[in-house]
Design a protein. Structure first.
Length: 374
């Protein structure tokens, strides 16, 4: 029987955090909560969580998350949304703790700075796509990080979001309410809109490159509407390994907290007694240019990915508030990334990344104001 693991959950009132606590409730013999933090948007729920799990440490806000991430434990689950997750990610890595990473933005922003602080195997991805890739790579008898000589390409699946099949022109008038109606996943508002624009998939391409050391040209995105296949690894001999389960985050969360062990009955499996068709379609880069833009930003390196992410966060807020059209999100991101002078990759610091993040937010806000609601 595996030993009980002490876990710290950052972002405990969000989608990832609440599901992680459901997992802890179901498996008290596997996990013990020793730290909880939240952003402060749902104080009543947070108070209930603290009362129920009685962690040794709890708090709200970024500083509390940095403090919690550095405390003694077995696993830190970073379920924070957005750039605010960077400092807690670095704190967990510096403490030598296993980092179950759902906050892809911190890896995208920090890039090599995050990887330099991580020991081999210290970062366990919690995004369903990257968890799938890690499982497929482990099943091939190789390690879960670093370049794999027998891998031909990584294939990330995208549901296509609520607007799959629409043209660029048809997307111009969609509303925040429509963008929030994801067909297969129940997520927080920012990641749901990111999934609708496919910015989320762009961030995941950068994340896959950083986590697994595979060149950008060997990372592909395909549209898979039912979200049963979470990602695939194609090998040089023509074989492809697929990780499949119904669309749920419980399996990647469970693996993040228990890696490399699996948690029994973390989620229901695919029902193989039912007839089902797995559909895969090519990505429409004209209607959804966010992935190609992210690929270019990742290839530029340095602080370009941080600028891509920061500009998006400002644009999503503007879209939700009715100050920017849906198609304007990626248009503004493209303008801001194009205007950014990427500093030398040599000697890049956390301060450089945070400065680029702040610059991008101001540049995006200025660009949005100049555009009006277009």
């Amino acid at each position: 029987m595996p030993a009980v693991r002490d876990v710290v959950i950052l972002g405990s009132t969000g989608s990832i955090g609440t599901q992680a606590l459901d997992l802890v409730r179901a498996h008290p013999d596997r996990f013990r909560v020793v730290g909880l933090t939240a952003g402060g948007s749902n104080p009543e729920l947070f108070a209930q969580q603290v009362a129920e799990f009685a962690p040794a440490y709890s708090g709200t806000g970024e500083e509390a998350s940095v403090e919690a991430a550095g405390r003694p434990c077995d696993v830190v689950l970073n379920g924070i949304t957005g750039a605010v997750g960077l400092r807690p990610t670095l704190a967990a890595l510096d403490a030598g703790t296993t980092l179950a990473l759902a906050n892809k933005e911190s890896l995208v922003m920090g890039g090599p700075l995050v990887l330099e602080r991580a020991a081999p195997g210290q970062i366990v991805p919690v995004d369903s796509e990257h968890s799938a890739l890690a499982q497929c790579l482990r099943a091939s008898s190789g390690p879960t990080t670093g370049h794999h000589h027998d891998v031909r390409r990584l294939v990330l699946t995208a549901s296509g979001g609520p607007f799959r099949g629409r043209t660029r022109e048809e997307l111009a008038t969609v509303t925040p309410e429509q963008a929030m109606a994801h067909p297969t996943w129940d997520m927080g508002p920012v990641i749901t809109i990111n999934s609708a624009t496919l910015v989320n998939k762009g961030l995941e391409v950068i994340e896959a490159h950083l986590l697994f050391g595979v060149p950008y040209e060997d990372i592909e995105v395909v549209v898979h509407p039912t979200s049963v296949v979470h990602s695939m690894v194609e090998f040089v001999d023509g074989s492809t390994l697929v990780q499949a389960s119904p669309p749920t985050m419980m399996i990647p969360i469970a693996l993040g907290l228990s890696w490399p062990e699996r948690v029994p009955d973390a989620a229901p499996p695919v029902d193989w007694t039912r007839s089902e068709t797995w559909q895969f379609d090519p990505l429409d880069d004209v209607a959804f240019p966010a992935v190609a833009l992210a690929r270019d930003a990742g290839a530029r390196g340095g602080t370009a990915p941080a600028v891509y992410n920061a500009a998006n966060e400002v644009c999503v807020a503007a879209f939700r508030e009715g100050r920017l059209r849906f198609t304007g999100i990626v248009e503004v991101i493209a303008d801001v990334v194009a205007d950014h002078d990427v500093p030398s990759k040599e000697g890049l610091t956390v301060a450089d990344v945070l400065a680029a993040d702040a610059w991008a937010r101001e540049a995006a806000a200025t660009t949005i104001a100049a555009r009006g609601t277009s």
